[in-house]
Design a protein around this ligand. Structure first.
Ligand code: AP5
Length: 206
């Protein structure tokens, strides 16, 4: 199964992708995570994209397309993959058509007011990548590996608002682009409630 997670920043794409990855043994490919890892490791790519991520803008299409194209050539993608955060523009979606065929696009629908609350409370583990929310997890260290949790630079309210504008203008047209492949879910419930219809749909699709 070749899947795309689509939805505004903070709608729960990463959370949902982790559930799918574990239940269906598919690699979870998050372009945001790849960029953040490169920033953390101080690579050439990381230095190039840091200011773009901090401002909530998009990394140039060519760079992102090449990165995903290379990643999908890796052995773990031969039975399928979950793309999270890619494509994000029509140019990226059209490029993807040339090197992968997509079976389904999971769209998470969530009002922007809820998104602001979700992102302001998000905490992530810089070591293993686990994601938490302050409303349900009160500790300061990761439950899995005990590293100190951090708040993402781009989760400050002003940057979140900039990211939502970018989503509206550049990414939401993909809903029309993928209209025949979309499976839409309401993102307002708990992660488990949101995942239940997705799991059912994917089991039937398999
Ligand atoms: P990226 O990392 O892709 O960020 P995003 O799309 O903005 O998505 P997020 O990771 O913020 O949110 P999410 O939807 O995964 O939500 P999550 O599950 O964490 O991209 C970052 C940046 O990289 C971009 O701004 C851009 O600069 C660059 N970039 C990346 N890809 C690019 C591309 N293709 N082209 C160009 N540039 C690119 O959930 C959020 C919070 O809510 C968490 O705390 C979570 O625990 C909680 N939560 C989740 N679901 C629920 C629920 N159902 N109930 C309660 N809480 C929940």
């Amino acid at each position: 199964m070749n899947l795309i997670m689509l939805g505004a920043p903070g709608s729960g794409k990463g959370t949902m992708a982790k559930f799918i990855s574990s239940d269906f043994s598919l690699p979870h490919i998050s372009t945001g995570d790849i960029f953040r890892k490169n920033i953390k490791d101080g690579t050439e790519l990381g230095n190039k994209v840091k200011s773009i991520l901090d401002a909530g803008e998009l990394v140039p299409d060519e760079l992102t397309i090449d990165l995903v194209k290379d990643r999908l050539k890796e052995a773990d993608c031969k039975n399928g993959f979950i793309l999270d955060g890619f494509p994000r523009t029509l140019v990226q979606a059209e490029a993807l058509e040339k090197f992968a065929s997509i079976d389904s696009v999971i769209l998470i629908d969530l009002p922007f007011e809820v998104i602001e609350e979700r992102l302001s409370g998000r905490r992530s583990c810089p070591s293993c990548g686990e994601v938490y929310h302050t409303s349900t997890y009160k500790e300061t260290n990761c439950q899995k590996c005990d590293a100190s949790l951090i708040q993402r630079e781009d989760d400050k309210l002003e940057t979140v608002r900039a990211r939502l504008k970018v989503y509206e203008k550049q990414t939401s047209p993909l809903i029309e682009f993928y209209k025949n492949k979309i499976f839409k879910v309401e993102g307002k419930g708990t992660p488990e409630e949101t995942y239940a219809p997705v799991k059912k749909f994917l089991k039937e699709m398999k």
